[in-house]
Design a protein around this ligand. Sequence first.
Ligand code: SF4
Ligand code: SF4
Length: 430
Amino acid sequence: MVKNMNILTDLEKPNESDYLNCIRCGLCLSVCPTYQEYLSETASPRGRVALARKGLDGELELSPNLIEQMYSCFACMACNDVCPVGIRPADLALSMRYVQEQRDPRPWKKTLFEGLIPHPNRMELATLPLRLYQVLGIRRLVFALGIKRLFPKQLRDLEGMLPHMPQHPLRQVLPQLSKARGEAKHEVGYFLGCAQSLMFAEESSATVRVLTRNGCNVTTPKEVECCGMPATGYGRMDLVRKAAKHNISLFEKHDLKVVVTDCATCGSTLKEYGHYLKDDPEWAERAKVFSAKVRDISEFLAEIPLEKPKGRVEAKVTYHDPCHLRRGQKVWEQPRNLLKMIDGVEFVEMPEADTCCGSAGSQLITHYETSTHVLDRKMNNLESTHAQIIASGCPGCQMQLNSGLQRRGLNVRVVHPITLLDEAYEAENE
Ligand code: SF4
Ligand code: SF4
């Protein structure tokens, strides 16, 4: 019986070795945030492997509980790293999500993933109320008058995620070409992700400043669409491939050796375009070439002669590894090295820095209790460092950390590592 497996295209079918070879050793249990929360076999990686295998083979009904276990996976990939026989439970959970989304498509998901997220103009309009909430000073009033304390708990935590929003999305104000300061040594493409443009414009401006400071001409195609990660998580691989083709075409118009991103999630998705399109004769090679050019900003800066800033940032700083950077891209030394090169920074390693913060895209909305418990553990680890600043190169992680800090009333600043490097350059003029 293979009825559910047949719903998947060849690209979405898991490798048999991803689920047939599980030796049930249990090594994955100790690293899985959902197993640690529920201490239940079905919420563990090997439990998901067993459920997905039977679900894909059609031996088990796709019951609400089975499907829930697939959606409650944080896709943090910690299990992939420890498995001695190379099983990838997170990929299996995603395959099951693809099956579910095709068996039971929901209109609201169609609206969200087709009608909103791939359209930058609509995203800018949809997030306008959030910008006005801050820019018009309503947020300050909500805090000052204690109104936030009256919010329901989950809404309070979601509000706490908000970073300092820009007045205008960065896409609207950043020039398509930002010229190198001095001699141009590198032609760099910059992939401006949705969250970066809409919410983290200050840090992405810092990214472009640091690049131009270090001899890069930076080309930012304004028509890029969402990288596709949200659609990946909900089984709409058709939309991910569509976004990939659109974005690849845009960057192909420029003669660029490298495409840089300062979003860990975008980076891990862009690097997968080659895989997502490998069976498409027209696109396979183009996608492979594009993916090979993609670099996280910290990765790229480690590859070029980087000017050491002469300014100082006096602070005790720690670092949280985004799953999409550490596990998705195997980048973990480079951002730490950037922080350590700044004079005045006292870098302190956080216990369990590489464990998931509980964000996983939308888990604070869809799996609130689990997400906040995982976040509380992260906050305990953060508090033990006595750091004044926590750096992390992923907007989702930064928002989750912001929420955790507000829950605890902790005065710790959340930044992208590039922000501190930029501040050290700016401090040269003081
Ligand atoms: S670590 Fe791998 S082989 Fe061991 S139980 Fe987990 S999934 Fe199975
Ligand atoms: S990806 Fe993370 S949450 Fe999902 S099964 Fe693996 S360790 Fe658990």
